[in-house]
Design a protein. Structure first.
Length: 147
């Protein structure tokens, strides 16, 4: 599955770990720091990757919620019903529009290797479109066992 990873640049270490974990589970993960070549127009590359991705994984944190770029990327995924939220720290609240998609908490995965939650995320990403999109009207949180 082609996955676009949306995150705040200050959280690059967490993004790298999440990218690696998803790639180990067979996903083709697009991330700006690894997939944009020098000399290209940054926003054009991001927009193209958004169009080509089958899922958008948005890293949820207080920093990410303040980012205009993360917001714009997220809104694309929301409009296409391809977005899934991943809680990577303890956000104070998950406000609209970020609370309108399935959410999985991997908070403790960052300190303890809880692979079940990463596996659950990978399984959710891998769902066929119809099953993935069916999660939208009924779920706010898919999983929060490790929160």
């Amino acid at each position: 599955m082609k996955v676009f990873l949306s995150y705040k640049s200050e959280e690059v270490e967490i993004a790298e770990r999440l990218q690696k974990a998803l790639e180990e589970r067979g996903h083709d993960v697009w991330r700006d720091n690894t997939d944009i070549e020098d000399g290209t127009v940054w926003m054009e590359e991001i927009n193209q990757a958004l169009l080509e991705s089958e899922r958008l994984v948005a890293m949820y944190s207080n920093q990410a919620f303040q980012s205009e770029i993360v917001h714009d990327e997220f809104m694309h995924g929301l409009s296409q019903k391809t977005a899934i939220g991943v809680i990577t720290d303890r956000p104070s609240t998950i406000a609209p529009p970020f609370n309108q998609v399935p959410v999985i908490s991997i908070y403790n995965w960052l300190t303890w290797e809880i692979t079940a939650d990463i596996d659950y995320l990978s399984e959710a990403i891998s769902l066929p479109d119809e099953r993935f999109q069916a999660l939208y009207p009924s779920f706010n949180h898919l999983r929060g066992r490790s929160s």
